[in-house]
Ligand binder design. Structure first.
Ligand SMILES: [Zn+2]
Length: 151
């Protein structure tokens, strides 16, 4: 094989980089350059260390169910804040008047079922209805103490 630098015929040449170009050089000339690793012959087949099955990974459900307090819920939908036991107050006040749920429903122009839902706390009446109930039953449902100052 011929050295690409000095032209000497040698049994084997080595590839080396000299000033940017890669040449096949005899052992004498190789030291002037930087040896270039021979190109990879074949991709090393057989990745023995394959991926292991992920077992017992501590993956938690992102953002565990966020508990909303009722107060927050009302705030979010832009309604006024009610006392935690507002629906109980409705029932107690109604019973103090000796009214049946039907009676109260008629006075509120609502169905009896609506009154029952309200007293069960499963239906949060709109603000206007809250005020109506408060005036009708002389009870305060709102949590804000200032709201009690209404005549
Ligand atoms: Zn040479």
């Amino acid at each position: 094989m011929l050295c690409e630098m000095c032209g000497k015929n040698v049994p084997s040449t080595a590839r080396a980089r000299i000033e940017g170009s890669v040449l096949s050089l005899c052992p004498d000339c190789v030291r002037f350059g930087q040896l270039v690793d021979p190109p990879p012959v074949a991709p090393s087949a057989g990745e023995t260390s394959g991926r292991r099955p992920v077992v017992g990974s501590s993956t938690r459900p992102a953002g565990a169910a966020r508990r909303l307090e009722e107060r927050d819920l009302y705030t979010e939908i832009g309604e006024m804040e009610l006392a935690p036991d507002w629906f109980k107050r409705v029932r107690v006040a109604r019973e103090a008047h000796a009214w049946t749920p039907e009676d109260l429903g008629k006075k509120l122009n609502e169905k009896k079922s609506v009154v029952l839902k309200i007293e069960a706390g499963s239906f949060r009446p709109p603000d206007a209805l809250v005020r109506k109930i408060e005036q009708l039953l002389k009870v305060r449902l709102r949590a804000d103490p200032a709201a009690a100052q209404e005549p």
